[in-house]
Design a protein around this ligand. Structure first.
Ligand SMILES: Nc1ncnc2c1ncn2[C@@H]1O[C@H](COP(=O)(O)OP(=O)(O)O)[C@@H](O)[C@H]1O
Ligand SMILES: [Mg+2]
Length: 401
């Protein structure tokens, strides 16, 4: 399945939602072992063939290494059966596999074309062992427009594999970056010629009513008419919309009338690129310097590696990155990326957030109670009014009599 659309339109977000749905889906639950792996093609790793695909499989093999001895032994047998005498090929692309299959013999020297064929065939057989009826596999390849030709060739080979079963391949790409002669376009055309059916979802911008819903759900303190302004400024691109609303929210002005918000928005840039530049310029110089170095490492980057490059401690680097995290330029990948000294603070913040959630839920509950009581009072008032009218009618009748 392909998901396409412009940058920031919600391709990655949609597949993340599909992932959650797949994990929860009941009929899928009956399959005890299922795998969802993902890889993202990064500009900085374009010269490394198979980087996103092998990155995804390295994560999967790490998951296997956490399993019991018996299970690891089963995987060892499967990998060895698939690789035959070419186990070293697998170790070259997925170094973690060595911990399962042990050191492998050197590969026999072959002419370049044959060596390439052997490589592709071994890799394809290796990948095939992970998608089986007893453990289906979902592979999500993000930002396919940046995929290297080698990955496109291998993906083509996987998709056209006659033995393909229990594999769901999802690819996302940015439409604006894929013109007629683009390698991805050529690969897709080739698949189409081959008769492969590819489902395609093309995402379009949010509509005004979607943004109104977003404002009502996330910023109830804002007048809902701000959605119209957001729509005009952003054209409904979800990334731009959320950046726009966030920037407006961060101005922390108590005057939240539509007129005042409109005046504040007046100076906002009219496109994403300018808005991001505008936001970047507001970051402290040390944060920008750290971001420049992080950009050289690509995405995702490791805090400890960045600390070595910047000749600072991981905690210092984290502090430099903090404003960039707050503005959404950097997303911490998990606890392992956060230095020990800061884990405590993170856990405190999480605890407070959970408290706030709890309090919000309490307030919601009380509001609902108040609503219920108000409706009761209304009901009683209406009953009293009716009784009063009845009394009046009765007394009038008595009077008439
Ligand atoms: N339907 C939606 N409603 C609200 N926010 C969305 C929606 N789709 C995407 N977003 C938000 O927009 C931003 C960009 O989405 P993302 O999936 O990264 O875009 P893409 O992968 O197409 O570049 C993310 O912050 C995401 O949470
Ligand atoms: Mg994306």
């Amino acid at each position: 399945m392909l998901v396409s659309g412009s940058a920031g339109i919600g391709k990655t977000a949609l597949v993340r939602e599909i992932h959650k749905h797949l994990v929860r889906r009941e009929q899928f639950e009956t399959v005890p072992h299922k795998y969802f792996i993902s890889g993202k093609f990064d500009q900085s790793q374009r010269n490394i063939p198979y980087s996103a695909l092998t990155g995804a499989f390295r994560k999967l093999v790490r998951q296997i290494l956490d399993k019991s001895e018996t299970q690891i032994e089963q995987w060892r047998k499967k990998i060895m059966e698939a690789a035959g005498p070419c186990g070293q090929t697998i170790i070259q692309v997925v170094p973690e596999a060595e911990a399962i299959i042990g050191p492998q013999p050197e590969l026999q020297e072959l002419p370049p074309a044959e060596s390439q064929n052997r490589f592709l065939l071994t890799l394809q057989k290796f990948i095939r062992i992970f998608y089986q009826p007893e453990h289906p596999l979902v592979i999500f390849l993000d930002d396919l427009q940046r995929a290297d030709p080698a990955t496109l060739k291998l993906t083509e080979q996987i998709v056209t594999d006659e033995n393909i079963q229990s594999l769901f391949l999802i690819g996302a790409y940015c439409e604006d970056e894929v013109s007629k002669g683009h390698p991805l376009k050529l690969a897709l055309d080739a698949l189409q010629k081959h008769g492969t059916i590819i489902n395609h979802i093309s995402l379009s911008p949010l509509k005004l009513k979607d943004i109104e819903q977003l404002v009502t759900d996330t910023l109830p303190q804002f007048p809902v008419s701000i959605a119209e302004l957001a729509f005009q400024k952003t054209g409904g691109n979800p990334f731009f919309v959320s950046q726009f609303l966030q920037t407006l929210f961060n101005t922390k002005d108590s005057d939240l009338t539509a007129k005042s918000l409109q005046a504040k928005c007046y100076h906002f840039p009219d496109n994403i690129k300018e808005l991001m530049e505008w936001k970047l310029k507001k970051l402290p110089e040390e944060t920008l310097q750290t971001l420049r170095l992080a950009a050289c490492l690509g995405s995702p980057f490791d805090l400890n590696t960045l600390a070595v490059i910047d000749k600072k401690s991981a905690s210092e680097i984290f502090e430099h990155l903090r404003p960039a995290i707050a503005e959404g330029f950097v997303e911490p990948a998990g606890d392992s990326e956060i230095p020990e000294s800061l884990k405590h603070q993170t856990s405190n913040i999480k605890h407070q957030a959970s408290n706030i959630k709890h309090q919000t839920s309490n307030i919601k509950h009380q509001t609902s109670n108040i609503k219920h009581q108000t409706s009761n009072i209304k009901h009683q008032t209406s009953s009293i009014k009716q009784n009063f009218c009845l009394c009046m009618t009765v007394s009038r009748k008595q009077f008439m009599r």
